[in-house]
Design a protein around this ligand. Structure first.
Ligand SMILES: Cc1cc2nc3c(=O)[nH]c(=O)nc-3n(C[C@H](O)[C@H](O)[C@H](O)COP(=O)(O)OP(=O)(O)OC[C@H]3O[C@@H](n4cnc5c(N)ncnc54)[C@H](O)[C@@H]3O)c2cc1C
Length: 345
């Protein structure tokens, strides 16, 4: 193994609710984890798709906001100090002859892992792209799907596409600093917070920002040197907008991504597992949460939590086959309480 690889007992792929609770269940058994997550923050569907919505079917929490659930899980797993590798996608996975795993992420981080738990939900969230053939030539340089360095847009001619919170927030943030800024959305209704829409309309009235209801039709310029974008307004009028940068916020769509290339047995884009260990067809690779499938599977957070508990024991058995397993309660086990960093009660 190369010197730079991270040697660890277990790697969890995906930081949705199932992956986060897996950190906890493995932590209780004294197993250290690294977590890889494509997005720049943990939370999976709860944080990306419905952060403000209340969830009513988490045991003992009659009502819990989706983001609140993630915040609580992050708090609960703190004692186990899992290392998070955010904004990295698990890209390659290979089982070695010694039964350990060689895993490489999209940014080149290499792991030498004892076991793998895939908690990848409905797959990696990827930004929905601008559906113009010539877009690829400008992506990464002048077409952006997220903002890494806002200062780079100051004093520039900008066009922002989208009607959700990201589009509105960045339009409001950058309008006072850009040379020009046009917001383009396919309709007059927005998915963003009403207060943001109001502020956008106020800036429009002051002439600090332009709003067009319409769609991108064509890009102009040399690859790497975008000069303008043609937008077709819903009333049929074509607008040629000078543009140095396009910021596109059409939301995120899940893609199974590289997981489909790892030799895992799949059924309907989900990983087939047994219901005792939640192990895939590759020994030592387990799958929990929305990404797995077995007879009777229900894609609920509750199911992911249960699967994480049983998988922890299966991972322990895979890593340490000779170790005697027995069930301990957090209420009474001094060993678990020590791991949790709490005084015995
Ligand atoms: C609107 C809505 C409401 C819902 N309400 C409820 C409810 O009330 N109760 C309930 O029980 N369930 C509800 N659900 C379903 C629930 O959100 C899912 O069951 C749950 O999020 C699954 O958790 P997970 O951890 O398996 O996957 P996810 O939450 O999908 O998280 C998986 C994570 O893995 C990451 N990932 C994927 N591939 C890779 C890779 N190759 N490398 C690195 N990271 C990767 C993804 O980016 C993602 O962050 C709801 C879902 C939606 C959309």
């Amino acid at each position: 193994m190369s010197e730079q690889s991270i040697h660890t007992e277990a790697v969890i792929i995906g930081a949705g609710p199932a992956g986060l609770f897996q950190v906890f269940e493995l932590g209780l058994l004294g197993i250290k984890t690294h977590v890889i997550e494509t997005l720049p923050r943990p939370g999976g569907q709860c944080s990306e798709l419905y952060p403000d919505k209340p969830i009513y079917d988490i045991p003992a929490l009659p009502i819990c906001g989706a983001q609140e659930l993630i915040d609580r899980l992050m708090e609960q797993i703190k004692p186990f100090a899992a290392q998070f590798h955010l904004a990295e996608e698990a890209a390659q996975l290979r089982r070695r002859e010694d039964g350990r795993f060689h895993l490489v992420t999209s940014t080149g981080t290499v792991f030498d892992a004892g076991a793998i738990v895939i908690a990848a939900g409905v797959g990696s969230f990827q930004p929905r792209r601008l559906a113009l053939e010539s877009a690829a030539a400008f992506e990464g340089s002048q077409i952006h799907y997220s903002v890494r360095n806002a200062a780079g847009f100051h004093g520039r001619k900008l066009v922002i596409f989208g009607g959700g919170d990201s589009a509105l927030d960045w339009a409001l943030n950058l309008a006072p600093k850009a040379e020009s800024l046009t917001l383009v959305h396919r309709r007059a209704e927005f998915r963003a917070a009403p207060a943001s829409v109001e502020r956008m309309r106020a800036l429009e009235a002051e002439g600090k920002l332009r709003f067009i209801e319409g769609l991108a039709q064509a890009l102009h310029g040399e690859p790497g040197a975008l000069s303008s974008v043609t937008v077709k307004a819903n009333d049929g009028v074509l607008h040629a907008l000078p543009a140095e940068h396009l910021l596109v916020f059409f939301g995120l769509a899940p893609k199974l991504g590289p997981i489909g290339n790892w030799g895992l047995e799949l059924d309907k884009r989900a990983i087939k597992v047994d219901t005792e260990k939640f192990e895939s067809n590759i020994p030592g690779v387990f799958a929990i949460g929305d990404i797995n499938i077995y007879p009777g599977k229900k894609k609920l957070i509750l199911s992911g939590f249960h699967e994480a508990a049983l998988t922890a024991f299966a991972v322990q058995r895979y890593l340490y086959p000779a170790k005697k397993q027995f069930l301990q309660y957090t209420t009474t086990s001094p060993v678990m309480q020590k791991r949790l960093g709490v005084a015995g009660g």
